[in-house]
Structures are given as C-alpha cells and as structure tokens.
Design a binder for this molecule. Structure first.
Ligand code: KIV
Ligand code: ZN
Length: 495
C-alpha cells in the first residue's frame, strides 16, 4: 500500500473563500481537530497577508505539535521572512513557496519571461532552505503549464533543495486523464524526482478536483492537498473527506492515508459551523442526505442487506446510523421496520391497511415521525410536544432584539420573553427557558424556496442532546416563524 500524505489547507486556501474568515481562537480549534483527524501537514495561513494571520499561525504552532505546520509565501524574500517568523515556535515546520509557471500567468500577470520567473522561484527555494530543511515548492497553474517547461522548472526546484514539489491545477481546468498523464510525465522526465514527495493541489471549477487528485495518486503523487468540506477559492479545493474515503473504500487503488475516518463528520460539522459555510445536503460523505435512504426500493434493499445501497459504513465517517427516513416514497418494508422499532408487531394484512393510512399522512408531511406512527397505530400523541401558540418579535436598528414566545405544552400555555443577538436567537432563548433541555444548536440553515423576497423560507436545524443528533424543519413566509417551527420540530423529537 502506498502511503498518501494528507496536506490540509482549510486554514489557508479554505479561509480564502468569501465569508469564511476565522479568528485566531476558531483557527486553533480547527487546527486541533485536524490534528485529531490525523492530517500529516496543516497549512495554517499566508503570513505576509496580514499581521493577524502571522500571529494566528504562531498561536497554532504553540498548541498543535504532531503534524507539520506550514506557512505559504510567494517567491519573495519578505514573504519567506514572514513565514519564518510565523513558524518560529513550530515543532515541525515547512516553508511553502510558490510562483506561477504557465505562460498565461507569466506573460499576462507577471509581464515577465519563463527564464526570469524560473530564476525567481529557484532563488526563493534556496532562500527558504536557509531557515528550514523541509521546503515545498509549488508551480502555480501547473495544470495549464506546458509539460516540458514544467519538468525543467521542477527539476531545478529539486536541485535547489525542495523536498516536496507541488503541482497545482489552480484553475481546475484539467481532465483527470490529462492531469494523471502530467504527473506520469514528470516522473519520467525529471531527474531526482524519486528523492522528493510529489504533491497535487486541485481546484474544483469543473467539479473534477477529486477525480484529478485520485488520477494523480494512480500516477505516483504521494501528497494530496485538500480542505474539509472542499472549501476554497471559487468552487473550492479537493475535499478531504471525498479523497480519503475513496482511498479507504477502493482498496484496489493500493493507497492509504493515516486519517481516522471516524472523525470526518465531526470535523466537517465544526468547519461548517465556524466558517458559517453550510454543507449542501447531497454533498458526498458529509451531506445531510449522504446516508439517508428514502425511496421504497432502496429502503427495502437496505433492510435486507445494507450493502445493497451503501458502499461505506456511515459509522466509518463518524455518522451514527444511516437514516431510513419515512416519506411518501417509502415502502411497506421501511414502515414495518419503524413499527417494529417502536414495539409494534403487525400481520401482513394489518401492514397493508396501516400503509394506506401512512401514505395519506406522508403526502401531507415531509417526514413521518415516530409520533405520527403512534397516532396511526391508534395511540394518542404522548402530549409532550411543544406547539407554537404565539410569537411576537420586537427588533430594529435602535433596540435589542426581543422575542415573546407562547408555547402550548401538555395542554397548558407558557409564555416567556427573552433578548438575543438577533430576533431568531431571542426566540430560541425564550423557547429554551420554557423547555429547559440542555441542547446545542449544531447547524442552522435558512434557504429561500425559489428566490423572491416574498418567498417561503425553509429552515433546517440540527440539534444535539446528550450526544444524539435531532433534525428539525420549518417553513414559513416569515423566516423567524420558520426558524421557531424548525427548532420546535427538533426539540419535540428530544421531548
Ligand atoms: O491554487 C494554487 O495554485 C495555490 C497555490 C498557492 C498552491 O493555492
Ligand atoms: Zn489553491
């Protein structure tokens, strides 16, 4: 098995995504999680970009000691000096320096020549080498660089002392077979390449970053540069979870990483929460629906043998169970599974009858809950559910948001008011005062159905209670009401 080194750049390339900026405390929290996840190298920032970034890298290196910590620098002395300063407390450090290699960058961005750019890159590697044994050189836009020139450049970088040479597909332009061939070409044409680690760094502009990364591994790359949830410039970088789970699931690739895959999901949630970057529901590996089987045929297969429709164990990525949701598309097998789980034993004929009634409910509701099933089975609702009776919000530019919430619980009304950071926070705080359950909000996502300002807002939430995850959903033309409905939907599952 070839060992693949995981270079995580969530804190550098990932943090470059609009709206994903983190403060130092948040960066340290993510760096610690990446350490526990088992990444080999953490790219902690681009220190010349701001004094705050430099300081954050220093703070990370004081706490995180196992992985190599690297800092990015252009092929400029001042940048390298900043990287050196940022890494002065690092137990294991790497200086990462880069310059473009494609004609399109050299001519139009640098207004220079191949020879001058190559000299600058080589000088940068030599300069970095004065401060660190471990130096990575990246040929930016290598994906669009002519192979012959790229090979010459990489060979010179290795001669100058680079210990890792990185081949980025900066614009996400390459096709998987082309990118694989590029790596193969370098192995066949660069003297000394066997002495260094060949790395790849792929962007996802055409949705091919993971495919290109895997193709390069098949052709000899031994370091892959990735981000959690695939965050990064424009359409993002190769997602860590996809690349790692491909290596684990497809043993025939004969490559393995040192990642503790059971930490993937919690790390994904942490990055999403701190970067305020929701993960799309159908995102491979970590999306809300990645292990949710909803069609009748699929549910039927899963109940007989989960490998019929599951190629990975959800537990392997840190997700507790695959959710077999009950919707209008579920079949009798799934319904029976949930009934048995709730303690009901029914005959074949009874199941047929219940199924017809179930479909009536399922047509009206997105997900059919345990409570709905109990009602279907003739039991009264357990009465513990909290229903929104009234909601009043006072907010604006000149006052602290305040929510007054009235809930009906067990037939009784309870009314509480609370202030908050915003109207939704105020409403949730008021609900917490009534319900008094120690829940934490792990995910909160508001989406417009179609886009107009008169649109229906959909809210998905994910709450955690005593280590278990509960989902809630609400929809309304008023997003605060939709949020409250979603929160209550989740809380009622706890109650
Ligand atoms: O995409 C890119 O080329 C980069 C380099 C700095 C490695 O992020
Ligand atoms: Zn990049």
């Amino acid at each position: 098995m070839n060992r693949i080194f995981i270079f995580d750049t969530t804190l550098r390339d990932g943090e470059q995504s609009p709206g994903c900026q983190l403060n130092t405390v948040e960066k340290i929290e993510i760096a610690k999680a990446l350490d526990e996840l088992g990444v080999d190298i953490i790219e902690a920032g681009f220190p010349i970009s701001s004094p705050g970034d430099l300081k954050s890298i220093q703070e990370i290196t004081k706490v995180v000691k196992r992985p190599v910590i690297t800092a990015l620098s252009r092929a400029i002395k001042g940048d390298i000096d900043a990287a050196v300063e940022s890494l002065k407390f690092a137990k294991r450090k790497r200086i990462h320096t880069f310059i473009s290699s494609s004609d399109i960058h050299i001519i139009h961005q640098f207004k220079s020549t191949r020879e001058k750019i190559m000299e600058q890159g080589i000088e940068a590697v030599k300069y970095a080498k004065r401060f660190a044994e471990d130096v990575e050189f990246s040929a930016m836009d290598a994906g669009r660089t002519e192979n012959e020139f790229l090979a010459k450049f990489i060979e010179a970088a290795i001669k100058a002392g680079a210990t890792t040479v990185n081949i980025p597909d900066t614009t996400g332009y390459c096709m998987p077979w082309e990118f694989g061939d590029k790596i193969k070409y370098l192995f066949e044409n660069v003297k000394g390449i066997e002495k260094v680690i060949v790395s790849v760094h792929c962007h996802n502009d055409l949705g091919l970053s993971t495919a290109n990364t895997i193709s390069s591994v098949q052709n000899g790359a031994r370091q892959i540069e990735v981000t959690v949830n695939g965050v990064g410039e424009r359409a993002g970088n190769t997602s860590l979870e996809e690349a790692v789970m491909i290596l684990k699931t497809r043993e025939d690739l004969n490559a393995r990483s040192n990642i503790d895959t059971t930490k993937i999901y919690p790390t994904s949630r942490l990055v999403s929460r701190l970067m305020k970057m929701p993960v799309q529901a159908n995102k491979a590996i970590v999306g809300r629906n990645a292990f949710a089987h909803s069609s009748g045929i699929h549910q039927n297969g899963i109940l007989k043998n989960k490998f019929t429709y599951e190629i990975m164990n959800p537990e392997d990525v840190g997700i507790k169970v695959s959710s077999l949701s009950l919707t209008a598309r579920s079949g009798r097998a799934a319904l029976n599974y949930h009934l048995e789980r709730l303690g009901y034993k029914v005959t074949h004929e009874e199941l047929n009858d219940i199924y017809q009634r179930f479909l009536v409910v399922a047509d009206k509701k997105k997900d059919v809950s345990d409570e709905d099933l109990r009602v279907l089975m003739g039991e009264k609702p357990n009465g513990n559910g909290a229903k929104l009776a009234q909601l009043k919000i006072a907010t604006g530019t000149s006052q602290k948001p305040r929510a007054t919430v009235s809930l009906k619980i067990n037939g009784k009304y309870r009314k509480v008011a609370s202030y908050g950071n915003g109207p939704i926070d105020a409403a949730f705080r008021a609900i917490n005062k009534i319900v008094q359950k120690d829940v934490t909000l792990d995910e909160f996502l508001i989406q417009a159905m179609t886009g107009g300002s008169d649109d229906l807002g959909k809210v998905h939430i994910q709450i955690n209670y005593k280590g278990n995850t509960y989902y809630g959903f609400g929809a309304d033309t008023d997003i605060i009401v939709a949020s409250v409905k979603a929160y209550l939907d989740g809380l009622n599952k706890v109650l």
